[in-house]
Ligand binder design. Structure first.
Ligand code: GLV
Length: 328
């Protein structure tokens, strides 16, 4: 190694939870000393506070609440919190900025996997896949019946995308194969959406005109409960609601009521307000497909997320700056 080559030797990184080996290998190959929370759960902010001050970098996850107390406790040693997620609503960015701590995320690498899972939910909710599978597993299937499990068509319907960023656009791209009409709600015109033939609408119009509404927003002050009771009431009676972004963007109670009262046909959810808690009202419904926040859960995507977070750690500790900084 050249004498003046930036080095991470002697630096310590803390992993708040397990990550795929690919991320650990990258940290190890940079000469970092790695310590990992051995518990099979996320640590509380108090528990994190007791750890983070002894490290130069922290690799954290969407389930960790990195609030001001945790960031304060990490000073003066820690230089970066590398979130293994594209979303970073779990981190107090204002406090990080004030304390001069870098925050990074893992954009791009999980776009396609999350778009795939959005489609899995769309198809499952439309064709009542969860309900039908429950019947088969209960051992009470009596054979083919022309009137059983009649669902909704996906092909040729209207898909409304709320939030036309990377994932929303990837979901829209897949809709071309289903000959769907595309609408989207975003703060500005999105050329990539226009190129797919998608038309920009107000949120109210997307809710009113779509057969499928799929949410792809980051959770911010502006988007918290953006899909409220009023917005849900605008949906068609046979419409299907999908959320693979963040649960807090939706009024979960209002959604459960709309589903229970048959004011919308079905929903497919991968995210919830207070994960892993799913309210009993949602659990009791047959017309909602409930997944345990697995949007990015493919082997290669999770490897790449861990590698991206690790690469950010290494780059910052080498003094070369973050690769995927986020800030306000
Ligand atoms: C997962 O939810 C992520 O933000 O990557």
């Amino acid at each position: 190694m050249a004498i003046d080559q930036p080095t991470t030797r002697g630096h310590r990184v803390y992993l708040t939870r397990s990550v795929p080996e690919a991320g650990i290998a990258l940290l190890a190959s940079a000469g970092l000393t790695i310590r990992m929370n051995p518990l099979p759960r996320a640590l509380t902010p108090d528990e994190l506070c007791r750890e983070v001050g002894r490290y130069d970098a922290v690799m954290c996850q969407a389930t960790d609440r990195i609030d001001e107390s945790v960031l304060e406790a990490s000073r003066p040693r820690c230089r970066i919190f590398a979130n293994c997620a594209v979303g970073y609503d779990n981190i107090d960015l204002a406090a990080a900025g004030r304390l001069g701590i870098v925050v990074t995320n893992t954009p791009d690498v999980l776009t396609e996997a999350t778009a795939d899972l959005t489609w899995a939910l769309m198809l499952a909710a439309a064709r009542r896949v969860g309900e039908a599978e429950r019947l088969v597993r209960a051992g009470v299937w009596r054979g083919w019946n022309m009137l059983d499990f009649l669902g909704a068509d996906v092909y040729g319907k209207t898909l409304g995308i709320v939030g036309a960023g990377r994932i929303g656009t990837a979901v829209a791209r897949r809709a071309r194969g289903f000959d769907m009409k595309l609408l989207y709600f975003a703060r500005s015109d999105k050329p990539a959406m226009a190129a797919l033939g998608a038309e920009r609408r107000t949120l109210a119009e997307v809710m009113e005109e779509s057969d499928f509404v799929s949410v792809h927003l980051s959770l911010t002050r502006d988007t918290r409960r953006l899909i409220d009771d009023r917005a849900i009431r605008r949906m068609k009676k046979d419409a299907i609601f999908i959320n693979t972004s963040r649960g807090a963007i939706v009024d979960q109670g209002a959604l459960a009521t709309a589903l229970a009262q048959g004011r919308i046909a079905a929903a497919g959810l991968d995210v919830y307000l207070n994960e892993p808690m799913i309210p009993a009202e949602l659990m009791a419904l047959e017309n909602v497909v409930l997944l345990p926040h697995i949007g990015s859960a493919t082997v290669s995507t999770r490897n790449r997320m861990a590698q991206t977070a690790a690469a950010n750690v290494v780059s910052v500790l080498r003094g070369e700056g973050p690769l995927n900084p986020v800030g306000i």
